[in-house]
Design a protein around this ligand. Structure first.
Ligand SMILES: [Ca+2]
Length: 369
């Protein structure tokens, strides 16, 4: 990972099996970013859930990529974060920009990756691209008079199992969460939870739409970032449709935001729901109805993805003691086609709460739409 910087050279490295990305360039507003090169590297990961490159707010003047050997275990490599590149076609779009000229998508032919041996076989295509074999004999923990502390056989080397486990497929989001088997105070499972200080998203037994537990978002002042607390549910859906249903209990002043995104950061906005401080629920900026205070309401979103995406989705809202209201073909970004994550946030800057229960996330075949 490189945060900003000028004229950095990243060459002749082997980057392999980073859980989220293999190569990460990130510009910082207050420092210059330009003229770096990323060449003759072997960049490989175990599949589509990880990015090959993560390039936030990328501009071609930041980094030039050339003659790399890249491999996503036979899948199409993902280049994430580049404005204008959709995830599903990111590699083709990346090449069209003139990046990664002379690079190849091919199996690097590691000697024995299952045993951690990432030397390259002599037949590896990397050598054709100019990669020079790396002498590993002086890398790692070996005895040397210049070294005071390594190796220390009396100290066991503990590695986090997660470092070696493939990322859980985002397609495995449970179909329904009712939070009944969660402990009070437990964070959401299978998701990335952003809690800070008094701003938390945790299971509670204060109220529930069903059973005894629900998920409580507690907003607070002074959290530094207005999107805290948040919960991000990872997905990797590029076709079909997703039906999302949940019960929401809104309390006075709570600013809830729910985003469907095609990229975690530089996203085209899919379905998006927000609440105002006086309880108006808006769908992608369009006012729908006013939520009652302290009552459970039921919401459903159905949105087609991939080739079936239309830039529109169906929204169903059911207030207590009322018939469901169906809003067909609510407009979101026409460029929204693939689902990378769904994010719940409490975006206020003052104390307020809302609750979520019966969260259902169900992929469907497109023909069911
Ligand atoms: Ca419940």
């Amino acid at each position: 990972m490189s945060n900003a910087g000028v004229d950095n050279v990243v060459e002749n490295n082997v980057f392999v099996n980073g859980q989220k990305s293999q190569v990460y360039f990130n510009p910082w507003n207050k420092f210059p970013t330009s003229g770096s090169r990323c060449e003759r590297n072997v960049v490989a990961s175990r599949g589509k859930s990880a990015d090959l490159y993560r390039l936030n707010r990328f501009e071609d003047s930041f980094v030039h990529f050339e003659r790399n050997l890249v491999w996503a275990d036979g899948q199409k490599p993902n280049v994430g974060g580049v404005p204008g590149l959709t995830r599903r076609d990111s590699w083709e779009g990346w090449l069209k920009r003139g990046q990664d000229q002379g690079s190849e998508v091919a199996d690097p032919q590691f000697v024995d990756p299952a045993k951690g041996d990432y030397r390259l076989k002599p037949t590896s295509p990397a050598f054709r691209l100019g990669f020079k074999a790396i002498d590993l004999s002086t890398i790692g923990n070996y005895a040397d008079p210049d070294r005071r502390t390594w190796p220390r056989p009396e100290v066991p080397v503990v590695r986090d199992e997660v470092d070696y486990a493939p990322t859980v497929s985002p397609a495995t989001q449970p179909a329904l969460r009712d939070y009944e088997d969660y402990a009070v105070g437990e964070p959401e499972r299978g998701a990335h939870v952003g809690n800070k200080d008094a701003g938390t998203a945790l299971v509670t037994d204060e109220t529930a739409a069903g059973g005894k537990h629900s998920l409580k978002f507690t907003d607070a002042a002074g959290l530094g970032q207005n999107f805290l607390p948040y919960i991000t549910y990872p997905f990797e859906l590029e076709s079909g449709a997703l039906r999302m249903a949940f019960d929401l209990r809104w309390e006075t002043g709570a600013l809830m935001a729910l985003d469907w995104r095609d990229d975690p950061y530089n996203y085209n906005m899919g379905p998006n729901l927000t609440t105002s401080a006086d309880g108006w629920l808006s769908a992608n900026g369009k006012r729908m109805l006013q939520l009652p205070v302290g009552r459970w309401v039921h919401l459903e979103i159905l949105c087609a993805l991939g080739p079936q995406a239309t830039g529109k989705y169906d929204l169903t809202l059911k207030l207590p003691d009322a018939e469901p209201q169906v809003f067909k073909e609510v407009a979101c970004s026409p460029k929204f086609e693939t689902l990378n994550c769904i994010v719940f946030m409490a975006v206020g800057e003052a104390p307020a709460v809302f609750y979520v229960d019966h969260l259902a996330l169900r992929p469907e075949a497109a023909e069911n739409k």
